[in-house]
Design a protein around this ligand. Structure first.
Ligand code: XUL
Ligand code: CO
Length: 435
């Protein structure tokens, strides 16, 4: 059964193609900077957006046409959706996917029944992965939709709710392990507060760390060797979320001794909600050796919430790929399109236009980033800007072999420092040469 009858398998046709169902820049087998584009990108599709997002917004209900979905909470419906999803992955030529437990399988009226449903659906997903040659980038537990989590999951004031969340994490980890998942993500949708008047922040953070440690210990026990990630986001749904940005997450991980066990899964629209650029967030993570994976999307400058749009901004994709190349590429992570179509783009074929656009934008970002790196002028400029640290007083400070008195004596014996221009505009022009 063909669920996307109007859509062919998407193939690379090159920049002169006018076929909307073709890649103009993403050529999976083309070698760029020593690796195929496919291996650089490790593209993933998000089950929650592709299969479960009806495109409703706070002012109106769902618009997305999903003729394959009977809208029931049944296991049969869940199994059918999985078939459609793998047809989508085949046609769009994406190798990886990501899911929440409750996207793929229904939450039923008790944990035993929900776990049983998850077991049945993941058996089917495993078979589909094998027959379609697809892989799981990461799995996660949805600890934010059900009303029991309205006041937090790992940070709930109610210990029984914490316990429920922990049990859900166990089942989601079992599922991820069974499916050979290369990672497991924690996004703390409700891990924050609405008012501090009723909140014991210290206790809530201790509990959140306890949840992560329980997961790390359980993974060891079952032999799950995938990478754990934590995904920063500053607000929405909570007024304040504890994992507010990359620096806050790293501080949390360090405080609770978790740095060896978790890396960051960074999302562009979360970075901008935090008042940062994605480049800033990636740089913070990379410098801490904690850049794990990327939820690829972009926000809308005119709307102050998480619009989760498909990434089409070439400056954004170029800056991301510059850092990914600097890191030496993804290991366990990849570029997961945590992105949804606009509410007006309700036809199934819009799923393809959206992903094609994101994949082509990243392909162009990769090529531009590789060219900027082999050109060398940008890195050369930065290197030269810090050259004074490679000699004299700079070396002494960096090697911590100098006192404040010695530094003062040095300054008294030296002329006024002359600093060079930062040349921001020249460097912006240089980057534009490649885009
Ligand atoms: C929400 C978000 C999540 C996580 C997974 O903003 O990004 O979908 O990626 O829970
Ligand atoms: Co995300």
């Amino acid at each position: 059964m063909q669920h996307f009858p109007n859509v062919p398998k998407i193939q690379y046709e090159g920049p002169s193609s006018r076929n909307p169902f073709a890649f103009k820049h993403y050529n999976p087998d083309e070698i760029v900077a020593g690796k195929t584009m496919r291996d650089h990108m490790r593209f993933g599709a998000a089950y929650w957006h592709v299969m479960r997002n009806g495109l409703s917004d706070p002012f109106g209900g769902p618009t997305a046409l999903m003729p394959w979905d009977d809208q029931s909470n049944s296991i049969e419906n869940a199994l059918k959706r999985a078939d459609v999803f793998f047809e989508f992955l085949d046609k769009i030529d994406i190798d990886y996917y990501c899911f929440h437990d409750r996207d793929v399988a229904p939450e039923l009226n008790n944990l035993a029944k929900s776990n049983d449903a998850l077991e049945k659906v993941t058996d089917h997903l495993l078979a589909l992965q094998k027959s379609h040659n697809k892989k799981l980038l990461w799995g996660t537990a949805c600890l934010f939709s059900h009303p029991r989590y309205s006041q937090g999951a790992g940070t709930s004031p109610n210990a029984e709710v914490f316990a429920y969340a922990a049990a859900q994490v166990k089942a989601a980890l079992d599922a991820t392990y069974k499916l050979g998942g290369e990672g497991y993500t924690f996004w703390g949708g409700r891990e924050g507060y609405s008012t501090l008047l009723n909140t014991d922040m210290k206790r809530e953070l201790d509990h959140l760390a306890a949840l992560l440690w329980l997961a790390v210990d359980y993974a060891k026990k079952i032999g799950f060797t995938g990478q754990f990630y934590i995904e920063p986001k500053p607000r929405e749904p909570s007024t304040h979320q504890y994992d507010s940005d990359a620096a806050a997450c790293l501080n949390f991980l360090r405080q609770y001794g978790l740095m060896d066990h978790l890396k960051l899964n960074l999302e562009t629209n979360h970075a901008t909600l935090a008042g940062h650029t994605m480049l800033h967030e990636i740089t913070v993570a990379l410098d801490a050796g904690a850049l794990g994976s990327i939820d690829a999307n972009q926000g809308d400058e005119l709307i102050g919430w998480d619009t989760d749009q498909f990434p089409t901004d070439l400056y954004l994709t170029t800056s991301i790929m510059l850092k990914v190349l600097e890191m030496g590429g993804f290991t366990t992570g990849g570029l997961n399109f945590d992105a949804k179509r606009r509410r007006e783009s309700h036809e199934p074929e819009d799923l393809f236009h959206a992903h094609i656009g994101g994949m082509d934008a990243f392909a162009r970002g990769l090529k531009a980033a590789a060219a900027i790196r082999s050109d060398g002028r940008l890195a050369g400029f930065v290197e030269k800007r810090y050259a004074s640290w490679n000699e004299g007083i700079g070396t002494k400070v960096e090697s911590k072999s100098v006192t404040l008195e010695e530094i003062t004596a040095h300054v008294l014996a030296s002329p006024e420092p002359v600093i060079a221009s930062g040349r921001q505009e020249m460097l912006e022009n240089l980057v534009n040469e490649f885009i």
